[in-house]
Design a protein around this ligand. Structure first.
Ligand code: SF4
Length: 66
């Protein structure tokens, strides 16, 4: 079992390595919210957080930038 849905799926489908090349950015873990931690080093830009903030929470305060 992985630490997230993506890692669970990677284990399930037997993914051992990525063919993607490029630099890995480092970000500090954001743990100031009592309900979740945000680790942007693991972000795959799926947009789920943006949609939840907008469509479920109704706040629309986060989005993609740069
Ligand atoms: S876009 Fe949001 S929900 Fe998707 S991986 Fe990145 S931080 Fe997580």
């Amino acid at each position: 079992m992985g630490h997230c849905k993506l890692q669970d799926d990677a284990y399930h489908y037997g993914v051992k390595k990525s063919d993607l090349k490029g630099e890995m950015k480092q970000f500090r873990l954001e743990a100031t919210n009592p309900f979740y931690e945000r680790d942007m080093t693991k972000c795959i830009l799926c947009g789920k957080c943006v949609r939840v903030c907008s469509e479920i929470n109704g706040a629309g305060v986060i989005d993609f930038a740069y």
